[in-house]
Design a binder for this molecule. Structure first.
Ligand SMILES: [Zn+2]
Length: 466
């Protein structure tokens, strides 16, 4: 006896691959009858040929279409009066209503654009994931042209909504925005660049984007015509150049792209959205703000610059390190050097400049005090030790050297300090088992215990959640 004796089964897409072997197996296991479906009659016929004809019925139908489901139902009802098993073997991605396109192909194409890859890379990814290849390149490019206006219109709708949200959150049309730019290729030689503005009131969303291009594909293509040096080619070239919508919109150095894009977005904000961007959060390294200040997109309004903590901390640390290096071992007016106990030590740098190691640790602990309870205690002990440590810290000459040589590479300096610090602490930690809640509460609160709670949009103390 087989496992499926006397059963009636439907296997969609049962004409090939997994569907076909399933149909064969069902019959081998004693199934009384198997219905298989597929969209192409010749493939269905091929499949029936290799099975016991009396036990198989092929139905030409597309399982993703409602009308075809009715056809399938009628045939099965008439022939066998019902079903015991349905094997939903999806043989293809659903079709987009009113089109011959398949959902998966369009998604793949969109995914390519969102991640900045083109047809060749999509092919590689599909192969690596053992998926069928994407659309053939010619059709892919044709679809791209259809995709673009839809994506563009969606983008502008999304950005308009973001502006409305920002206005209602800020209760004014004078908004605070944050901006940043990017290049297609890293460095100052990029041919293309882009910048985006993000609303700071309400949830952060992109409100406007702008791109800079130093080249145009159509212009480049047309120039190749001129190689033949005939009057005909010249005429064709002139025609293309005068009629095409040129993609080139920028002829300054690439380093100016971010500032130029941002200025454009400020200049059009009133006309486009009826808002002004009166406060700007940007990184201190870029020249964007000085351009905004000089060009005055809103005539009499002075745009205010807000510092972003990250960049502020980085610059502060940089400046302090330069001062420390310049002072070296020279005695200051009070007869002491700049380093040493209670002076400008590495620990003081870290405190002043928002030591990222501490900051991240605090955030992690505050995320889940429940689960990280023991970790939190340990953390508090470390903090207490560190407070003691920095109070008694004596700057050695060796430390001075490290600081000086690494001053230009801020990221690495703090990482090294951090690693060294935790190693020392961990080795001491084993013998220290006196920490408990009471002691934790005795600790002085300072800025290092604060973390930013994105939900309440407030700076909170990491202990408040207890
Ligand atoms: Zn052009």
């Amino acid at each position: 006896m087989g496992k499926l004796d006397g059963k009636i089964a439907l296997i969609t897409g049962g004409f090939e691959g997994m569907g076909l072997v399933t149909a064969q197996r069902f019959i081998a296991e004693g199934a009384e009858h198997v219905f298989i479906t597929g969209r192409r009659q010749e493939l269905l016929d091929e499949a029936v040929k290799i099975m016991d004809r009396k036990k198989v019925t092929a139905i030409r139908a597309d399982a993703s279409k409602v009308a075809d489901l009715h056809t399938m139902h009628n045939i099965i009802e008439k022939k066998k009066g019902g079903l015991d098993i349905v094997f939903a073997n999806a043989d293809s991605s659903p079709q987009i209503p009113g089109s011959k396109r398949h959902d998966i192909n369009m998604r793949a194409q969109l995914a390519g654009h969102l991640t900045g890859i083109r047809h060749a890379e999509l092919e590689k990814i599909s192969a690596a994931l053992n998926l069928p290849p994407p659309l053939e390149e010619g059709r892919h490019n044709k679809r791209d042209k259809e995709l673009l206006p839809v994506v563009q219109s969606f983008t502008s709708k999304s950005m308009s909504t973001a502006i409305q949200e920002a206005v209602s959150a800020a209760r004014t049309t004078d908004l605070t925005v944050s901006g940043d730019g990017t290049w297609q290729t890293r460095g100052f030689s990029s041919k293309h660049g882009a910048a985006a503005l993000v609303s700071v009131s309400g949830s952060p969303k992109v409100v406007d984007i702008e791109t800079c291009s130093k080249t145009c594909n159509i212009c480049i293509g047309a120039e190749s015509l001129l190689q033949s040096e005939t009057a005909e080619a010249q005429a064709k070239y002139d025609q293309i150049i005068t009629t095409h919508q040129c993609g080139k919109n920028f002829d300054q150095p690439s380093g100016n792209m971010e500032a130029s894009c941002t200025l454009k977005m400020f200049q059009r904000s009133q006309k486009k959205y009826g808002v002004r961007y009166v406060k700007y959060v940007g990184d201190g390294d870029s020249k964007t703000f000085s351009v905004l200040k000089k060009q005055k997109p809103y005539k009499r309004i002075e745009i205010e610059k807000l510092e972003d903590i990250n960049h502020f901390g980085k610059r502060l640390k940089c400046v302090l390190q330069v001062i420390k290096r310049q002072c070296g071992r020279t005695k200051l007016s009070d007869g002491k050097t700049i380093g040493g106990k209670g002076r400008l030590t590495v620990q003081i740098f870290s405190k002043l400049c928002g030591y990222t190691g501490f900051y991240t640790e605090n955030i992690m602990i505050s995320f889940d005090n429940e689960r990280l309870h023991s970790a939190k205690k340990e953390h508090m002990r470390k903090q207490r030790k560190l407070v003691n440590l920095s109070a008694t810290n004596i700057d050695t000459s060796e430390e001075d050297n490290t600081t000086a040589s690494d001053a230009d590479n801020l990221g690495e300096t703090s990482d090294e300090d951090n690693a060294g610090q935790s190693d020392d602490e961990t080795s001491d930690e084993d013998s220290d088992d006196t920490g408990d809640e009471e002691n934790d509460d005795d600790l002085d609160q300072d800025v290092e215990h604060l973390y930013y709670n994105p939900k309440s949009r407030k700076w909170k103390d990491s202990d408040e959640d207890n």
